[in-house]
Design a protein. Structure first.
Length: 271
């Protein structure tokens, strides 16, 4: 397996966190769970279709999909991939690209063709072609620049998201509003449209992602209450509600040798 990355162009750096291509010419089969991430992301495959399964929902089969804030995990099966493309958007960027409030994607996974059919076709053709992965990434960067909408983004929202990241999901909505110079009502409205969830929920997701990043870098969940968690019961409930696993099960799952690189690469705290 080889991972090829690209730093987004200056025009996209405030909107696209990172993009990369996983190459696996021999093909492989893998099943993973997608947990709440704190951002919308797009995944495109060269090979057989993805199979995505959410509890109580029909299986989605597609070569490209997009997901917003899925508060509960979904299963993802990938089979015989030659290469796959991942584009992680900043938490507030989806509306700017597609003009769709991210709240409409909350809890859902969609084929990218339902959201942006032309973009889906162009990305799939790029991956299926014979261009080197580095060239595919450069072409992807240009495509996303083309799809930018002229939707105004309140920079105070960007600052608020950065504050939550800085505080590792441990800042109150009141303090966040004061720091960003926004009323709490306006803060709630901006988060619903651009981030898809409330500031409180985004704090919870970020707190777990911060903890996950530590675990993926060798920290063990063998202590009573991790940083930023009020007590043990709150800690256990938070992990179970977002992953469906106990802390021990979650620790074991994301650090499995065949899975840990994917979870580390996609973590919002990864550089």
């Amino acid at each position: 397996m080889k991972i090829v990355t690209l730093t987004p162009s200056p025009l996209l750096t405030s909107l696209v966190k990172q993009m990369w291509i996983i190459e696996e010419n021999a093909g492989f089969n893998v099943k993973v769970k997608s947990f709440p991430t704190g951002y919308a992301f797009i995944n495109v495959i060269s090979g057989e279709e993805f199979k995505l399964k959410k509890s109580g929902k029909p299986v989605i089969k597609t070569k490209s999909y997009v997901t917003g804030q899925c508060i509960e995990p979904f299963d993802l099966s990938m089979c015989l991939i030659r290469r796959s493309l991942v584009v992680n958007l900043q938490a507030y960027a989806f509306y700017t690209f597609f003009g769709i409030p991210l709240s409409e994607l909350k809890g859902h996974v969609y084929s990218l063709k339902e959201i942006a059919p032309r973009l889906a076709s162009e990305l799939e053709e790029l991956l299926e072609g014979n261009l080197q992965s580095s060239s595919v990434l450069k072409a992807t960067d240009k495509l996303f620049t083309k799809y930018l909408k002229n939707n105004y983004l309140d920079l105070r929202l960007k600052d608020a998201v950065n504050q939550i990241m800085f505080h590792k999901g441990n800042i109150s909505t009141k303090k966040l509003s004061e720091t960003a110079n926004l009323s709490q009502r306006r803060m709630q409205q901006l988060f619903k449209t651009h981030v898809g969830v409330s500031p409180k929920t985004y704090n919870r997701i970020t707190r777990l992602q911060s903890l996950s990043f530590q675990v993926l870098n060798g920290k063990k969940l063998d202590y009573f209450v991790p940083d930023n968690y009020f007590d043990q019961a709150h800690f256990i409930h938070d992990i179970k509600s977002q992953t469906g696993m106990t802390p021990t099960e979650y620790n074991r799952y994301i650090t499995a040798p065949e899975l840990c690189m994917a979870y580390l690469k996609s973590n919002p705290y990864a550089s």
